[in-house]
Design a protein around this ligand. Sequence first.
Ligand SMILES: [Zn+2]
Length: 257
Amino acid sequence: MSAKIHQFTCLQDNFGVLLHDPETGATAAIDAPEALAVEGALKSTGWKLTDILVTHHHSDHTDGIPELKRKYGCRVVGPRAEANRIADLDETVAEGDTVKAGSLVARVIDTPGHTSGHISFWFEADKIAFVGDTLFSIGCGRILEGSAEIMWNSLLKLRALPDETQFFCGHEYTASNVAYARTIEPDNAALLARADEVTKLRAAGKPTLPSTIGAEKKANPFLRADIAAVAASIGLAGATAEKVFAKLRAGKDTFRG
Ligand SMILES: [Zn+2]
């Protein structure tokens, strides 16, 4: 049986996600923004928390860990490179390691840049990836502990996942990301279609995630920094992808859409 997912919103604009393995009953929370919201999700699904998989150390991804661990005795797995910044870790992992949630198997991908030790979890057989604050729909995370080059390389790793991979991320930022992306590629048909879809989803109070790697490759400017038209649109024709990406990211940092 394949994985089941329950996505919910919490805090201001965070996503929480539960990943459930029907075969074993295992349930993993991907990050733990706040204990109360995760518990509410557990109650509504009837699933029992067995694991927390942590993408990075930021408090809006980890604040719920101590209380959830105390109540459920769940195992907490997180990035080895941030082990000293996350409380209550039982296991640490890094690039190439595998993590199981019941019978579901994830490969760990190092995706630094937003934070220095950020990791993503790729459940290859289930065609699902949890990318934390590295990749958003039509956007990417802020570079808080790294360089543009480091972040670009992390995004290239996620871009290389199969097109049909569904990814879940840490925040509902898509509408703002779309507004910025339209200033970069105003005529990109895939982006305009996504813009319509996002407007409809938000008007209906629905989340805009998950998205797929294939869809983002066509519409997300941060995955398109090596495309000539994107470079030209920000006055960097012929520049390296790293330079184009750096300027795209800097532009979003100050964008008020
Ligand atoms: Zn973060």
